[in-house]
Design a protein around this ligand. Structure first.
Ligand SMILES: O=C(O)CCC(=O)C(=O)O
Ligand SMILES: [Fe+2]
Length: 367
């Protein structure tokens, strides 16, 4: 990622020790995307799905005005990726993890917003964001370790509150049971398991919409993004197109540049695309997008709390009753991810898992 820090802007070139810094043409004659690729090292991308990506989101043609880094939340996996990103000296990258994260934290659990109207609502900036850290990469990219640990503790508290009386079925955990056990509810265990598939994502939306684009590229505007939903009259450049996060919980922290918008459904649920399978539609996975700013770069860090790949996702028993039958057939997180990678960003992948009459019987057999 190419994010100038305040410190580097202030440093006069002649004060840098000669011979220690490789020469890079920052005027970007081949476009800023190419420059970003050179600086971040091509070996780090395209994401597989972890790693560095620029503009392309997934493999199905979605583009946004951003560059990003996706890391596994497991520090050992980050260390392995560090060796790919910087084979000569992985510690240059791993070092980021050991830096302390001092600033106050502002967390938006994206999936827990109430249902009200049907329009794009901006999520406002963090009022506590320290001025001195604004626009600095260190506030975001270098915060991986601390952000993950803070997010994990938040997710545990959140699951404890939400999960009272709830139970989820985890492979190998035996039959589903009711009520939080001594370790907290099973839902919490799903996302705090050592082999959980939780991720950390760092997004950088550069100031100029054209910054990451090569010659001849069309811009991707709100009008272009055929959402099929009201966009609240917003005009501008889409930084990250509309989608729902597939994981169980998303915890987001951003710098002080606005851009995140959520689409609130119309009170009737807006269809199955809004719902979460684990709660049989009681909790919504909110549709959201990011508009790119024309004046200052936005940086965001999102912790996605996910279950292990082999975990079986099925509606919590207390969400299923005669009047509220199971909406989705049970599936593993790996199956869901596979479906996700096969479709466009805005696709409603839960449609692929609608329950048929036989699913209840099949599920009972397994419990
Ligand atoms: O950058 C943001 O503020 C949100 C990005 C996002 O929705 C995502 O990475 O899933
Ligand atoms: Fe998202």
């Amino acid at each position: 990622m190419v994010v100038p820090s305040a410190a580097s802007r202030e440093m006069a070139p002649e004060s840098l020790p000669l011979g220690t810094i490789p020469t890079v043409d920052m005027s970007a004659p081949s476009g800023r995307g190419e420059l970003a690729r050179r600086l971040a090292k091509q070996a780090a991308g395209p994401p597989d799905p972890l790693g560095y990506g620029s503009r392309n989101i997934g493999a199905n043609g979605d583009v946004g005005e951003l560059e990003y880094l996706i890391l596994h939340a497991d520090p050992a996996a980050v260390a392995r990726k560090a060796r790919v990103i910087d084979a000569e000296d992985p510690s240059r990258f791993s070092l980021f993890q050991s830096l302390r994260f001092h600033s106050s934290i502002n967390l938006f659990p994206i999936c827990l917003l109430p249902q009200q109207s049907h329009s794009w609502q901006p999520i406002f900036r963090d009022p506590f964001y320290p001025q001195k850290r604004q626009g600095s990469l260190s506030s975001s990219a270098l915060a991986q370790k601390c952000h993950v640990s803070k997010s994990r503790s938040l997710q545990r508290s959140s699951e404890r509150v939400r999960g009272r009386g709830a139970a989820a079925r985890v492979p190998g955990a035996g039959p589903a049971r009711r009520g939080p056990g001594p370790q907290g509810p099973d839902v919490s265990r799903l996302i705090s398991a050592v082999d959980s598939d939780s991720l950390l994502r760092i997004n950088h939306y550069p100031t100029s919409a054209a910054a990451l684009r090569g010659p001849g590229d069309r811009s991707c505007t709100a009008e272009d993004a055929k959402s099929g939903n009201s966009n609240g009259g917003a005009k501008g450049t889409i930084g990250f197109g509309e989608h729902t996060d597939p994981q169980i919980l998303s915890v987001l922290r951003a710098n002080d540049v606005d851009g995140l918008q959520v689409l609130l459904p119309n009170g009737r649920g807006g269809g199955d695309e809004w719902v979460q399978a684990l709660t049989n539609g009681r909790l919504v996975s909110i549709r959201h997008r990011v508009m790119a700013s024309t004046s200052r770069p936005r940086l965001s860090t999102i912790y996605f709390a996910a279950p292990p790949l082999h975990a079986r996702i099925s509606a919590l028993p207390e969400t299923v009753a005669a009047g509220t039958p199971r909406r989705y057939r049970p599936f593993t997180w790996a199956e869901y991810k596979k479906a996700m990678y096969a479709h466009r960003l805005s696709h409603n992948r839960l449609d692929l898992f609608h329950a048929s009459g036989d699913d209840d019987a099949a599920d009972d057999e397994h419990s």
